[in-house]
Design a binder for this molecule. Structure first.
Ligand SMILES: *[C@@H]1O[C@H](CO)[C@@H](O)[C@H](O)[C@H]1NC(C)=O
Ligand SMILES: *[C@@H]1O[C@H](CO)[C@@H](O)[C@H](O)[C@H]1NC(C)=O
Length: 152
C-alpha cells in the first residue's frame, strides 16, 4: 500500500513534469553572467497560464531592465515560463504585456521587493476572462488580482 502510493506519487510528478515540458513553448533563462552578483542560491520560476478557455489565445510579452523575453502567443491551457535569479540589489522586476481578444494590460509579474517572500521559488499566474491572478506560494491563495483593460 505504502509502496503503491509512493509509485503513484512518483508517476504523478513525472507526468506533471513532462506535461510542463510539453506545454512550455518557450523557456528563457537569464544568462548567469548577466547577473554576476546573485542574492539567491536558487532560481525562481515564473509561470503564466492561459486559462481563458474557449480555445482563446493569449499573447505575452515579458521584459526586465536587461532582458526581453520576446512576444509569444500561447493556446488555451498553455503555459509560458522562465527562470532567473533575484539580483543582489533585490531590484529584479519583470513586467509583462498580456492581451487577448477582450482584454489587455501591462502588469508587474515579478517584483523582488513584493515577491521574494511571497513566492520565493515558484510564482504562478493565471489569465482568466475576468482577471489575471497571482498565487502566493505555499498557501494556495490567489492573493493578487489585476483587471483587464477592455477594448472599447
Ligand atoms: C495581441 O496584440 C497583438 C498586437 O496588437 C496582436 O498581433 C495579437 O494578435 C493579439 N493577440 C491576441 C491573442 O489577441
Ligand atoms: C477590478 O474590477 C473590479 C470589478 O469591476 C473592481 O471592484 C476592482 O476594484 C478592480 N480592481 C482593480 C485593482 O482595479
Amino acid at each position: 500500500m505504502g509502496e503503491f502510493r509512493k509509485k503513484a506519487l512518483f508517476f504523478t510528478i513525472l507526468f506533471t513534469v513532462s506535461w510542463e515540458a510539453t506545454m512550455a513553448i518557450r523557456q528563457k533563462e537569464d544568462d548567469d553572467n548577466l547577473n554576476k552578483f546573485v542574492l539567491s542560491p536558487t532560481k525562481t520560476i515564473v509561470r503564466i497560464f492561459n486559462k481563458l478557455g474557449n480555445g482563446q489565445d493569449l499573447t505575452i510579452h515579458c521584459k526586465s531592465k536587461d532582458n526581453d523575453l520576446g512576444v509569444v502567443t500561447i493556446g488555451d491551457n498553455g503555459v509560458f515560463y522562465w527562470k532567473f535569479r533575484v539580483n543582489i540589489l533585490g531590484s529584479t522586476l519583470f513586467f509583462c504585456g498580456l492581451n487577448w481578444t477582450d482584454g489587455n494590460g501591462v502588469y508587474d509579474i515579478y517584483k523582488a521587493k513584493r515577491d521574494m517572500h511571497r513566492c520565493p521559488t515558484r510564482c504562478n499566474w493565471e489569465a482568466h476572462t475576468d482577471c489575471v491572478h497571482g498565487l502566493r506560494q505555499g498557501d494556495n491563495l490567489w492573493d493578487f488580482i489585476y483587471n483587464w483593460t477592455r477594448p472599447s
